[in-house]
Design a protein around this ligand. Structure first.
Ligand code: NAD
Ligand code: MG
Length: 382
């Protein structure tokens, strides 16, 4: 039995993960579930999965939560300490990092430090602290398996050859709701338009990131650290069908890729079943139907976030922490109506350029730069 802590259980990744666990009740068991605010949803999940622990990470809710809504045998924990407690507990085998934003870093760190299998959906952890997390995993023997569909595809495609024979890794991008739009047309994008993703249903933050292509920028940085690549080994191709989830090109010209209908349950399950493969809950490819797979070069003029991703993947150091924090606040401001769509990458660019670069930061340095970038973005004016 694989005993799993699902962090961010009430989110898009979290609920898909619980579908996978319910489907494989003979080998997967949810022993800890966390939510930040929506404790009522967490209580409903707890009634179904009967976990040993539930964590409500927002400590201010301690007084508001109805204990009686949770099963009697479930212990309730509050605050970020509760997340770290379960992520490193000896009775937990695997940790699914489904929290959104840099808020997921500490618990992902605790799970890595404790040598767990870490199913990492929270890409921000690797964007902020990729080199530190990877060297921590190497020390503790933690197994970091990506849940992000592109990185899961790369992980699988890398099994076809040797690391030194990889020419490059090509991440696919759906292009988001504004594929084909000019910069001019993007000026007046509304929140509702940006939240309408054509192929994926996801949380609000990553949906906005997908519309600006900042999501692909973050994924370039994630891939750089996860797979030990250089900037020159990274590329992006727009693939509107979201069926090929990414590609690995080898030195002999062979390109190996992974494809499946767009559904996060597959990469989530793979991160838990690896190195095995199990009968899945996700839809399968239908080879009886005619289908078309298209590829386009990305429009870097309309979507300048991409260039930020390549640059930060190349520079490393404190750049990831600053770009990520600036973007998190920019997305909040866009959703709140105090920043326009095109301001998101523009403001991130300015704050990245203005920061004091450190090439070999410690975790403390990174958290300080994260706080600085958030402050700058809160005050940012056109
Ligand atoms: P979501 O907004 O749907 O869910 C986020 C979860 O995190 C919720 O359970 C919420 O309660 C919790 N949370 C929010 N703020 C928190 C905080 N400050 N502290 C602790 N917990 C907090 O997000 P999502 O779409 O499921 O994305 C989660 C992560 O997975 C993100 O890093 C995202 O980039 C990544 N990811 C998501 C998808 C997807 O299909 N949704 C695909 C690839 C990668
Ligand atoms: Mg992705």
């Amino acid at each position: 039995m694989n005993r799993i802590a699902v962090l961010g259980a009430t989110g898009s990744i979290g609920t898909s993960c619980l579908d996978v666990i319910a489907h494989h009740a003979d080998r997967l068991q949810a022993v800890a579930l966390s939510a930040n605010g929506r404790w009522q949803d967490l209580a409903v999940q707890a009634q179904q999965f009967r976990p040993r622990w539930c964590i409500i990470s927002n400590p201010e809710l301690a007084g508001a939560v109805d204990r009686g809504a949770f099963p009697r045998e479930t212990e309730l924990l509050f605050g970020a300490d509760g997340l770290e407690f379960v992520a490193s507990h000896p009775d937990v085998d695997s940790v699914v990092c489904g929290i959104v934003g840099a808020a997921g870093l500490r618990s992902a760190w605790a799970a890595t430090e404790a040598g767990k299998r870490v199913a990492i959906a929270n890409k921000e952890t690797l964007v902020v602290a990729g080199p530190l997390v990877m060297s921590l995993a190497a020390r503790t023997g933690a197994t970091l398996i990506p849940v992000d569909s592109e990185h899961s595809a790369v992980y699988q495609s890398l099994l076809a050859g040797r690391g030194e024979d990889v020419r490059r890794v090509i991440l696919t991008a759906s292009g988001g709701p504004f594929r084909g739009w000019s910069r001019e047309r993007l000026k007046d994008v509304t929140v509702a338009q940006a939240l309408a993703h054509p192929t994926w249903t996801m949380g609000r933050k990553i949906t906005i990131d997908s519309a600006t292509l900042m999501n692909k920028a973050l994924e370039l940085i994630e891939a750089r650290w996860l797979f030990g690549l250089t900037r020159e080994q990274l590329a992006v191709v727009v693939h509107p069908q979201s069926v090929i989830h990414s590609l690995v090109e080898y030195v002999d010209g062979s390109v190996v890729c992974q494809l499946s209908p767009p559904d996060m349950k597959l990469p989530i399950q793979y991160a838990l079943s690896w190195p095995e493969r199990w009968e899945g809950v996700s839809p399968r490819m239908n080879w009886q139907e005619a289908a078309k797979l298209e590829f386009f070069p990305p429009d870097t003029d309309a979507f300048p976030a991409l260039e930020l991703g390549f640059e930060v993947a190349g520079r490393g150091g404190t750049c990831g922490a600053v770009l990520n924090a600036a973007n998190e606040v920019a997305v909040e401001r866009f959703l709140a109506g105090s920043l326009s769509f095109l301001d998101i990458p523009a403001a991130c660019r300015q704050i990245l350029n203005a920061h004091t670069f450190e090439p070999q930061p410690t975790l403390t340095d990174l958290l300080r730069q994260d706080a600085w970038a958030r402050q700058e973005m809160m005050q940012w004016k056109v």
